[in-house]
Write a protein that binds this ligand. Structure first.
Ligand code: HEM
Length: 538
C-alpha cells in the first residue's frame, strides 16, 4: 500500500545505512585496499620526482580537488537539526495530509535555519531575513515547508527574484559590501520597487537580528491550500512559534557577536541540542474558507501581505521538537534539498506568483548545486516512504533498478510494473480549480497597495522598537553613497509614516520630506518610467 515503508518509518534507522564510522578500521583507498603510507608519495629515488603510478596519492588529491560544490545561490549559510513533529488533534476537517491526522503519530523532520544574503562562511548575526525550512518525512512522501522568519517577502512576483537577489548580494565589480542592507544597490532596488517597503520595515526592525534560532518565529509566507478528503479546499498560512518566545539581539550586541563569534546562532543551536535542551516550536495555521477569498482589503495571493491576526486568529495545531544534531555538516545540512513543490496529498498551492516561481526554481537550482538528477537519493533527502518509478540512470545513481522494462505500463517484467494509485489509495490529486483568463502580464489591481501594512507594522511598534528602527534606517541607509537613492528611499518611507521619514532624513543628511497626501490603506500607483526619470536616473 502507499504507506508501506520498506526503509522504515524511523528516519534515523533510514540514515544508519549511510553512516560511516571510521573507528576501529584500517585506512583504505576508495576501492577498499588498505593503505600502508599516506604521508610520503611514491618517488623515483629519495629526492626524485613523484611517480604517476602512486594511485593512492592521485586518488587522495583528486578527491580533495573535487570536494567543493556550489553554495546555495541564496541562504548559503545555515545550520540544521533533526527532530519530530506531532499534531495536537486530527485536522481531517480541512486536510487529508496523513501526518496531520493522528496525534499519536510522530513524523520525523529535518530543519535548516539560514541567513539569506551572506555566503557560506559569513557571520550569523547580520541584519537579514532568516530561512526556516522544514522537511517532514511523512509516510506519504516528503513535505517541505520552506519558510522564513518574516511573514512577508520583498517582492510579489518571482520573476523579480534574480533582480532582488542581485541587489542584496555584493556588487559585481568589487564584491563589496558583504552586508546586504548596507548596499546602494539594495536601497536602489527597494525604493524603485515600493512593494518591498513592508518587508523593509521588518528588516529594519529587531526581527532581523534574532538572538537564537531557538527564539525565532517561522512563516510559510504564501497562502497555501489545505484539501480534505472530500476535495474541499481551505486557504492556509503557516506559523511556527518558538516555545522559548521571540527574542532579538540589539544592534550593538549583533555586531560584537559577528566579530567575536561569527557562529553565534549556529553554536547556540548545536550546543542546546548537545545539552539536551531541545528547542520546540508550535505550528499554527490561519484558515480562510474559499468563500472568503476576496473578503480582505489585500490579495491573499500577495506575499507582501500578512493576514492580520485580529482578522484571522492563529490556531495552534501541533508541536515540533529538534533533538538531534547532524553527524556530518556537508552530508546533511549542506546536501539537504528543500523545495516548495514537495507537497503531500492534502496540501496544495495557490496562484501566488511568487510561489509559482519558487515551484520552478528549487528543483532547477538543485540540479546544478547537487550535481544531477539523483539528489533525492542522498541520505538526508531520501523519503521514508517507498520510492518506485521509471526515472533511471544519471550521475550518482545509487539504486540498482531491477527488471528489463523501465516504462509504465509494461508487460515484460515478471513481477509486473509499478501502477498508479487512486487518491483514495494515497495518490496526490491536484486541487480542482477552475482557471480561465486572458494571457497578460499586468498585475492585478488587488496587488497595488504597497504601504498600508508597512504603516500597520510601524503603528504596532513600541517606542523603543521605533527607536531601533530609526537607528537601523540611519545606519543602513546612511551607508548608501548615492544621494538620490537616499532621497528616494526617504520618499518611500514618507509614504509609510511622515515622522519616521523625518527622523530618518535627519540622520542621513537629506532634506526632510513634506507630509505626504497619500491616504494610507488606499492603493498607491506603481512607479512608471516617468517617475524614474524624475529621480535623475532615466
Ligand atoms: C533557498 C525561503 C523566495 C529561490 C531558500 C531557503 C529558504 C527559502 C528557507 C533555504 C533552504 C535551505 O535551508 O536549504 C524562501 C521564502 C521565499 C523565497 C520564504 C518567499 C516567500 C524565493 C524565490 C525564489 C527562491 C521567489 C526564486 C524564484 C531559492 C533558491 C534557493 C532558495 C534558488 C536555494 C535552494 C538550494 O540551493 O537548495 N529559500 N524563498 N526563493 N530559494 Fe527561496
Amino acid at each position: 500500500g502507499p504507506q508501506s515503508t520498506e526503509r522504515g518509518f524511523d528516519k534515523q534507522r533510514n540514515l544508519d545505512a549511510a553512516r560511516n564510522d571510521p573507528a576501529g578500521h584500517h585506512l583504505t583507498t576508495d576501492q577498499g585496499v588498505r593503505v600502508a603510507q599516506t604521508d610520503d608519495s611514491l618517488r623515483a629515488g629519495d629526492r626524485g620526482p613523484t611517480l604517476l603510478e602512486d594511485f593512492h596519492a592521485r586518488e587522495k588529491i583528486t578527491h580533495f580537488d573535487h570536494e567543493r560544490i556550489p553554495e546555495r545561490v541564496v541562504h548559503a549559510r545555515g545550520a540544521g537539526a533533526y527532530g519530530r513533529f506531532r499534531v495536537y488533534e486530527s485536522m481531517a476537517d480541512v486536510t487529508r495530509a496523513d501526518f496531520l491526522q493522528d496525534p499519536e503519530l510522530e513524523t520525523p523532520v529535518f530543519v535548516r535555519f539560514s541567513t539569506v544574503a551572506g555566503s557560506r562562511g559569513s557571520a550569523d548575526t547580520v541584519r537579514d531575513v532568516r530561512g526556516f525550512a522544514t522537511k517532514f518525512y511523512t509516510r506519504q512522501g516528503n513535505y517541505d515547508l520552506v519558510g522564513n522568519s518574516f511573514p512577508v517577502f520583498f517582492i510579489q512576483d518571482g520573476i523579480k527574484f534574480p533582480d532582488f537577489v542581485h541587489s542584496v548580494k555584493p556588487e559585481p565589480n568589487s564584491e563589496m559590501p558583504q552586508a546586504a542592507s548596507a548596499h546602494d544597490t539594495f536601497w536602489d532596488f527597494v525604493s524603485l520597487q515600493p512593494e518591498a517597503m513592508h518587508t523593509v520595515m521588518w528588516l529594519m526592525s529587531d526581527r532581523a537580528i534574532p538572538r537564537s534560532y531557538r527564539m525565532m518565529q517561522g512563516f510559510g509566507v504564501h497562502t497555501f491550500r489545505f484539501v480534505n478528503a472530500a476535495g474541499q479546499g481551505t486557504f492556509v498560512k503557516f506559523h511556527w512559534r518558538p516555545l522559548l518566545g521571540v527574542h532579538s539581539l540589539v544592534w550593538d550586541e549583533a555586531q560584537k557577536c559577528a566579530g567575536k563569534d561569527p557562529d553565534f546562532n549556529r553554536r547556540d543551536l548545536w550546543t542546546a541540542i548537545e545539552h539536551g535542551q531541545y528547542p520546540e516550536w508550535e505550528l499554527g495555521v490561519q484558515l480562510v474558507g474559499e468563500q472568503d477569498e476576496h473578503a480582505f482589503d489585500f490579495d491573499l495571493l500577495d506575499a507582501t501581505k500578512i493576514i492580520p491576526e485580529e482578522q484571522v486568529p492563529v490556531r495552534p495545531i501541533g508541536r515540533m521538537v529538534l533533538d538531534r544534531n547532524p553527524d556530518n555538516f556537508f552530508a546533511e545540512t549542506e546536501q539537504v534539498a528543500f523545495h516548495t513543490a514537495n507537497v503531500v496529498p492534502g496540501i496544495d498551492f495557490t496562484n501566488d506568483p511568487l510561489l509559482q516561481a519558487r515551484n520552478f526554481s528549487y528543483l532547477d537550482t538543485q540540479l546544478i548545486r547537487l550535481g544531477g538528477p539523483n539528489f533525492a537519493q542522498l541520505p538526508v533527502n531520501r523519503p521514508v516512504a517507498r520510492v518506485t518509478n521509471n526515472q533511471r540512470d544519471g550521475y550518482g545513481q545509487q539504486d540498482v533498478h531491477v527488471g528489463t522494462a523501465s516504462y509504465t505500463p509494461n508487460s515484460l517484467n515478471p513481477g509486473g510494473c509499478p501502477v498508479t494509485a487512486s487518491p483514495d489509495a494515497g495518490a496526490y490529486a491536484h486541487y480542482t480549480q477552475t482557471v480561465s483568463g486572458t494571457k497578460i502580464r499586468e498585475r492585478s489591481p488587488s496587488f497595488q497597495d504597497f504601504y498600508s501594512q508597512a504603516t500597520l507594522f510601524w503603528n504596532s511598534m513600541a517606542d523603543w522598537e521605533r527607536e531601533h528602527i530609526v537607528a537601523a534606517f540611519r545606519f543602513e541607509l546612511g551607508k548608501c553613497e548615492h544621494r538620490h537613492v537616499r532621497e528616494r528611499a526617504v520618499d518611500r518611507i514618507n509614504e509609510i509614516d511622515h515622522d519616521l521619514a523625518v527622523a530618518v532624513a535627519q540622520g542621513i543628511g537629506v532634506d526632510e520630506p513634506t507630509a505626504t497626501t497619500t491616504n494610507h490603506g488606499r492603493s498607491s500607483p506603481a512607479l512608471s518610467m516617468a517617475n524614474l526619470a524624475g529621480d535623475g536616473i532615466g
